[in-house]
Design a protein around this ligand. Structure first.
Ligand SMILES: *[C@@H]1O[C@H](CO)[C@@H](O)[C@H](O)[C@H]1NC(C)=O
Ligand SMILES: *[C@@H]1O[C@H](CO)[C@@H](O)[C@H](O)[C@H]1NC(C)=O
Ligand SMILES: *[C@@H]1O[C@H](CO)[C@@H](O)[C@H](O)[C@H]1NC(C)=O
Length: 467
């Protein structure tokens, strides 16, 4: 799928078309594939899946629960489209991130700014490579930092914010049309810029004319990196590394790596990379190929002298990229959902964050959450993957979360006073893994919901992390 937001060349698909809802066809269809190992029979269920854009909440088909009142909405998102986080030597792609200005401090409209340090425009500068003053290292061209939210990523979160507005403001009248009290909203991001900028884009279109007084800004909360809980923090929790290593060493995982080893070796040679981080996981391959595919860029070719001399250098192909996606889906399902150690890994990776979500719901039920109606948590694929795994999401819903993927947890109070939780993932009620249908997530009694989730909330994180 090809696109450029910056109105440049070779746009195969218009931006508008890309921003239209890409609703995953969750048909439950079981697809066959050509593996020759234990994953041969694995049902990927990836019909209709696209990595480049999420399914957005569906304004038309969204229906409130009957005889019930909405009380709290928690939204957990992945940041939007970004530049790669794995660098290749000889990268000659061009990435642009400067079409939409950032302003992370969400000022109210028509409010004088309070004390500040003046204003500035952030410019990422990538000098033309001249080997004169620089290091012997070449980054891509353009206006983007490593792992930065692109203009398209910002637009994805604007689209998501607008969809949330159309449902929770326009359709349900649940959230205020204008945010008059900032106590109605809580926002948290990881410490990484792309998640802050994603939150900014989303909130900026959920409440496009922030006219609230007397507060001037929506606070965006961030935990310092050392204590971050929105992804597996293996520096804070060394047991995460140990369990991951044990999963990697297991027969099932080794057989998988061996089966797909020739593809990994070929791509490593084309990319001109090596090292541990490229050996036991498909993560880097997935990043390199998908980030480029989502922008319609040429996939990497072999730049080694021998290859360049030949008439046609070896290049990664679209089929390679498709196989890498499947390998990556399989890898994450195995590690976080299906392996005998998956529950341990998922618990230490995201259990603390689940605990935070639970506390917010509990305090709301106890009437101690004040005006709070909407909470936004802006994170990563590594936030959503273990969250979905803890809920035993279906194979289709466990496919690598597309950019701007969104989990919506709604807390409803029924007319009999009981509470239920609804879980929407990329616009659809979350479906569960075959044989693990522990609740109907269109309306799951809150006690049932947490008696399942509690298995993943650590009771003694300090001890478990150092075990
Ligand atoms: C701005 O800073 C000055 C000096 O620290 C302080 O006296 C003043 O109250 C501040 N104004 C606001 C609106 O915070
Ligand atoms: C990892 O595997 C080793 C060797 O099989 C075992 O002794 C250890 O307890 C395992 N640790 C974890 C965290 O699974
Ligand atoms: C995995 O979790 C189970 C259940 O909580 C626990 O009994 C076991 O010790 C854990 N294993 C490891 C290796 O952490």
């Amino acid at each position: 799928m090809a696109f450029r937001v910056t109105l440049a060349v070779a746009s195969a698909v218009s931006t508008l078309a890309l921003l239209a809802a890409a609703s995953p066809a969750d048909t439950g269809a079981q697809t066959d594939n050509a593996y020759s190992t234990g994953i041969k029979s694995f049902a990927f269920d990836d019909a209709g899946y696209t990595y480049c854009n999420p399914g957005y909440p569906q304004t038309e088909s969204y229906a409130p629960l009957p005889d019930a009142q909405l009380q709290l909405v928690q939204v957990v998102v992945r940041h939007g489209d970004r530049t790669p986080v794995h660098q290749l030597p000889n990268d000659d792609t061009t990435w642009t991130c400067d079409g939409i200005e950032e302003d992370i401090y969400l000022h109210a409209a028509n409010q004088p700014e309070r004390n500040n340090t003046g204003s500035y425009q952030q410019v990422i500068e990538i000098p033309t490579w001249n080997k004169k003053y620089g290091f012997a290292y070449q980054l891509w061209k353009g206006t983007c930092d490593f792992g930065e939210l692109t203009d398209h990523g910002k637009l994805q979160h604007r689209t998501l914010g607008a969809r949330l507005r159309s449902i929770y403001v326009d359709k349900l009248g649940f959230l205020s049309e204008k945010l008059l009290r900032k106590s109605e909203v809580y926002a948290r991001t990881t410490y990484i810029w792309r998640t802050k900028n994603s939150a900014e884009s989303l909130l900026g279109s959920l409440w496009p004319d922030r006219g609230f007084t007397p507060d001037v800004a929506i606070p965006i909360h961030t935990y310092p990196q050392q204590i971050e809980t929105m992804y597996g923090n293996s520096d804070a929790c060394p047991a995460i590394r140990k369990i991951t290593a044990n999963i990697t060493k297991s027969d099932q995982y080794q057989e998988f790596l061996e089966d797909q080893g020739p593809l990994m070796a070929r791509l490593a040679s084309i990319f001109g990379i090596n090292g541990n981080s490229w050996r036991d996981t498909w993560d880097g391959y997935f990043d390199v190929l998908n980030a480029r595919e989502c922008h319609g860029f040429q996939l990497p070719c072999d730049h080694s002298a021998d290859s360049v001399k030949g008439s046609s250098p070896a290049c990664a192909t679209a089929e390679d990229a498709a196989q890498v996606r499947r390998n990556s889906h399989y890898e994450l399902m195995l590690k976080y959902r299906d392996h005998p150690l998956a529950q341990n890994l998922t618990q230490l990776t995201i259990g603390s964050f689940w605990g935070t979500l639970r506390e917010q719901i509990d305090s709301h039920i106890a009437g101690k959450a004040g005006d709070l109606k909407f909470a936004l948590y802006s994170g990563h694929d590594s936030t959503l993957i273990p969250m979905l795994a803890a809920m035993k999401a279906s194979n289709h819903n466990m496919l690598w979360p597309p950019y701007a993927s969104n989990i919506v947890l709604e807390l409803w109070k029924k007319s009999d006073g009981s509470r239920v939780v609804r879980v929407l993932y990329n616009g659809q009620v979350l479906k569960l893994q075959k044989g693990h249908e522990w609740c109907d997530l269109n309306a799951c009694p809150v006690d049932t919901f947490f008696s399942h989730i509690d298995q993943y909330i650590p009771t003694d994180i300090a001890t478990q992390c150092t075990a």
